[in-house]
Ligand binder design. Structure first.
Ligand code: ZN
Length: 719
C-alpha cells in the first residue's frame, strides 16, 4: 500500500472498535451499527489475537450482489462457500466477520465426501468476539483431522462510508450533473472481514472464485480476468460476472468493484503480454494515458530484475474518487486515489507526473513482494513496504533516468531517517503486533523509509548480482506462500556466499538483525593517526537528545565501511572495504584501519551514503574536505556525499558534537553548488538554525550569510 492520510484510517479503525465494544448474543444476526438486535455483554471463549490453526481454507467461492440503484439504501448481499481442511479435530470454527448480518440458522456445513442430501453437521450456537473480529461457530459434531468440508455462510451489509471493507464511493457526472455511485473494496490490512466471513490473516492463503451480481449498466472487476457474464435467472437486466479462479493469495489482496467507469488499454510492444487497462470515471479518462504508458514498462522491468514472470494475464488499475491510502496493490486490480493515478498533460505539474510514476512503480513492486510472497504476520510489514519503496525508485529510474529519482529518493529517505530515528521515541523496523488495530500504526516512515534505506544498503554491500540472485531465490522458494525476514536473510546469504561478496564467516541475518531489530542508527567516529597512516573507527547510537546518554543505549550495528580518498576519488566503490563488527555480547568492536591516505589527503566514509550512518571526522580531515569543496574541485566529491557532508556537519554542530565553525565554513561552498540535493540537506538543517537565531541579536549575521549563499544561486537561475 502507498501510505497517505493513514491517520484517517487509524482514527476510523479506532472509532469502529470503540463502537463495537459490546458483543452480540448467539444465534442472532450480527446487527449493523444503528440497527442492532438484542445486545448483551458476553465473554468469548477464544480471545487470542491470532486465529486458531486447526482449520485451513483452501478455496472461497464468493457470490456478492451489489445494490447501487437506491442511494438511500446502498447494500450488498452475498454468500461465501469455503472449502476447508481440518488439520486437527475441532468442535468449533473460528473465523473473522465484522458488521455483517449473518443468520446462523442459514449456515450449512457438510463433509466434502458426503452428498448434499446427507448433510448432517450443523451449527449449534455462535459466539462473537468483536474485539478481535471473530465469529465463532460451535458445531453439532466435531470436524475430524484430515477431512475436508464445505462451509456456506450467507451474509449482507451496507456499502459503508468508512473507505474500507466493501464501501461506497461517488462522483458527479459533468454532463448530467448527477451523482453516480460505485462500490469498491479496500481490505489491507484487516478489512476483508467487513465484506465477507473469512480467515482474515495473511498466512491463510487460498484460491478465490469471485462472482459478482450487478445491474448490466455497470462493469464488474476483480483480481482475475472475467470468465463469463450470464443473466441472473430471476432479475431482469441483472447479470452475474464470474471471474477466473485466482492464484493462492491472502484475503487482504482480494479486490472487486462495481462501477460505470471507462478505461484505456495500454498499447505495448514489450515482451510481457499482460493486458493493462487503466480505469477512471468517464470525465477523467483522458488523464489515464500517462499511467497506461508507465505501467507495462515498469512491470516488464520487474520481470527482468526478479527473473520471475508476472503470473496473471491482466492488470487493471483504477482511480477511485474516495480512497484512504495513496494506492493499494490488490493482485491484478490495483486501486488508487485519483491524484496518484491521473495525470493531465499541460495541467498537472512535473511533480504530479513523478508521483504517478512512483506510486505505480510501488504498487507493481508489491505484485512480487507482498502478493507472490507474503509476510507471515504483520510484524514483517516493513519487508513489503520497504521493498516496494526501494524497488519503486529503481523502476522509475529505469523508465525516466533523467529525473534521477533513485538519487533523490535515496537521499530524501536517508536524511529523513537520520532525523526521525535519532529520537529516543523511535522504534525498530520489525515490530511485534498483538492486535490488528496496531497494524495501521506501523504503516509509517520507519517501515517505508528506513525499510527502503536498509534494503538499499544491502544492495550496495552485496553488489547487484548477488542482491538480485538472493531475491530470486527467495521469491522462487516462497512463491504463493508466506515468509518472514529470516527467510529472506537465508536466501541472500546463500547468494552472497555464492557470488563471494560476503566473507564466509558473515551471514546476512547477523548483519541485518542489527538494523531491523534495534531502534536507531550509529554515528561512526573516524580518528586518524596521520603519521602512521591509521584510522581508528568507533560507533555509538546517534541521538538528537543531547541530555540523554548515548553510552546507555548499548546498541551495536554491523556497519559496512566503504570509503574513498582524495587521490583515489572512486565514488562508485560502494562495496565495503571493511566492517565495524559487534561482539557476541552486542558490544561494538573498535576497528583500526591501515593504509590510510597521506597526511595531506582527505578521506570520505560512506560512499554515496550507501550505509545508514553518520560520520564524524577529526578537524584536520574536515579542513581538507572544506578546502576541496570550496574550490573548483568540489564536483569531484559525489553529489550524494556533498549532501551527506553538509547534513553531518550541520547536525553534529546542532547536537554539540563538533563546532559550528566547521559546518559554516563547509556550507560556504554552496555559492557554487547547482545541484538540488546538497541544497536540500542544507536548507532542512538551516531552517532549524533559523528558528533558534531568530530571537537573538546574531540573527542579522545569519541572514546576511544565508542571503549571500542563496543570492548567487538565484542569479544563476535568473529567478
Ligand atoms: Zn506499499
Amino acid at each position: 500500500m502507498t501510505s497517505q492520510l493513514r491517520y484517517i484510517c487509524a482514527a476510523l479503525a479506532f472509532m469502529a472498535i470503540a463502537s463495537l465494544v459490546l458483543a452480540f448474543t448467539d444465534n442472532e444476526p450480527i446487527g449493523l451499527e444503528g440497527n442492532r438486535p438484542k445486545v448483551q455483554l458476553v465473554s468469548s471463549m477464544y480471545n487470542h489475537f491470532r486465529l486458531p490453526r486447526s482449520i485451513r481454507p483452501q478455496k472461497y467461492t464468493l457470490h456478492v450482489i451489489t445494490h447501487l440503484e437506491n442511494p438511500e439504501n446502498l447494500t450488498f448481499v452475498g454468500e461465501v462457500a469455503m472449502h476447508l481442511i481440518a488439520l486437527e479435530d475441532t468442535s468449533n470454527i473460528t473465523l473473522h466477520a465484522l458488521n455483517l448480518t449473518i443468520n446462523s440458522r442459514e449456515i450449512i456445513l457438510r463433509n466434502l465426501r458426503a452428498k448434499e442430501s446427507e448433510q448432517k453437521n450443523c451449527v449449534r450456537s455462535t459466539e462473537i468476539n468483536t474485539y478481535h473480529g471473530y465469529y465463532i461457530m460451535h458445531l453439532c459434531e466435531p470436524l475430524r483431522q484430515g477431512e475436508e468440508y464445505i462451509l456456506t455462510i450467507p451474509f449482507s451489509s451496507i456499502l459503508n462510508l468508512n473507505l474500507r471493507g466493501y464501501y461506497r464511493s461517488s462522483y458527479v457526472d459533468r454532463a448530467s450533473n448527477q451523482t453516480k455511485w460505485l462500490a469498491v473494496t479496500q481490505f489491507e490490512p484487516a478489512s476483508a472481514r467487513y465484506a465477507f466471513p473469512c480467515f482474515d490473516e495473511p498466512d491463510f492463503k487460498a484460491k478465490f472464485v469471485v462472482i459478482l451480481g450487478h445491474h448490466n449498466k455497470y462493469t464488474a472487476l476483480s483480481n482475475m480476468p472475467l470468465k463469463e457474464t450470464r443473466p441472473m435467472a430471476d432479475k431482469k437486466d441483472w447479470v452475474w460476472s464470474e471471474f477466473e479462479e485466482s492464484v493462492p493469495m491472502s484475503t487482504y489482496l482480494v479486490a472487486y468493484t462495481v462501477n460505470d467507469f471507462a478505461y484505456v488499454t495500454s498499447e505495448t510492444s514489450l515482451k510481457n503480454k499482460v493486458q493493462f487497462r487503466t480505469w477512471a470515471r468517464p470525465d477523467a479518462i483522458e488523464q489515464c494515458k500517462y499511467a497506461a504508458d508507465v505501467g507495462p514498462k515498469v512491470l516488464q522491468y520487474y520481470e527482468d530484475i526478479f527473473n520471475i514472470k508476472f503470473p496473471l494475464d491482466k492488470i487493471d488499475e483504477i482511480a477511485i474518487p474516495d480512497f484512504s491510502a495513496g494506492a493499494m496493490e490488490n493482485w491484478g486490480l490495483v486501486t488508487y486515489r485519483e491524484t496518484a493515478l491521473l495525470y493531465a498533460e499541460n495541467v498537472s505539474s512535473l511533480e504530479n507526473k513523478q508521483r504517478v510514476a512512483s506510486v505505480i512503480a510501488h504498487e507493481l513492486a508489491h505484485q512480487w513482494f507482498g502478493n507472490l510472497v507474503t509476510m507471515k504476520w504483520w510484524q514483517d510489514l516493513w519487508l513489503n513496504e520497504g521493498f516496494a519503496t526501494y524497488v519503486a525508485s529503481l523502476g522509475v529510474e529505469h523508465i525516466n533516468p533523467e529525473w534521477r529519482e533513485l538519487e533523490k529518493e535515496s537521499v530524501g529517505n536517508t536524511l529523513a531517517i537520520f532525523k526521525l530515528d535519532a529520537l529516543k521515541s523511535s522504534h525498530p523496523i520489525s515490530q511485534e503486533i498483538t492486535h490488528t488495530n496496531k497494524i495501521e500504526e506501523i504503516f509509517d516512515s520507519i517501515s517505508y523509509k528506513k525499510g527502503s534505506t536498509v534494503l538499499r544498503m544491502m544492495h550496495h554491500f552485496l553488489g547487484d548480482e548477488a542482491f538480485r540472485a538472493g531475491l530470486h531465490y527467495y521469491l522462487k522458494k516462497h512463491a504463493y506462500a508466506n515468509a518472514e525476514q529470516d527467510d529472506l536473510w537465508m536466501s541472500l546469504t546463500e547468494a552472497a556466499h555464492k557470488y563471494r561478496t560476503l566473507p564466509k564467516t558473515f551471514d546476512i541475518k547477523t548483519i541485518m538483525d542489527s538494523w531491523t531489530l534495534q531502534t536507531g542508527y550509529p554515528i561512526i567516529t573516524v580518528t586518524r593517526d596521520y603519521d602512521r597512516k591509521l584510522a581508528k573507527v568507533t560507533q555509538i547510537r546517534y541521538l538528537l537528545d543531547t541530555i540523554a546518554s548515548r553510552d546507555a543505549e548499548r546498541s551495536c550495528w554491523w556497519v559496512p565501511l566503504s570509503y574513498t580518498t582524495q587521490t583515489e576519488i572512486d565514488f562508485a566503490a560502494t562495496t565495503p572495504k571493511n566492517w565495524l563488527q559487534c561482539s557476541g555480547m552486542n558490544e561494538p568492536v573498535t576497528q583500526t584501519l591501515k593504509d590510510m591516505p597521506d597526511q595531506n589527503e582527505w578521506i570520505i566514509f560512506n560512499v554515496q551514503m550507501s550505509g545508514l550512518y553518520k560520520v564524524k571526522y577529526d578537524e584536520r580531515n574536515w579542513n581538507m574536505l572544506i578546502e576541496t569543496l570550496t574550490s573548483d574541485d568540489y564536483r569531484k566529491v559525489h553529489v550524494i556525499n556533498r549532501a551527506h557532508l553538509i547534513d553531518d556537519a550541520l547536525t553534529l554542530a546542532w547536537t554539540g558534537d563538533q563546532d559550528y565553525d566547521i559546518a559554516m565554513r563547509l556550507i560556504e561552498y554552496l555559492v557554487r553548488e547547482r545541484e538540488y540535493i546538497p541544497w536540500k540537506a542544507a536548507l532542512d538543517n538551516l531552517r532549524d538554525v533559523n528558528r533558534i537565531l531568530r530571537q537573538t541579536p546574531e540573527y542579522e549575521y545569519f541572514k546576511v550569510s544565508a542571503t549571500f549563499l542563496k543570492e548567487k544561486h538565484y542569479n544563476f537561475w535568473k529567478i
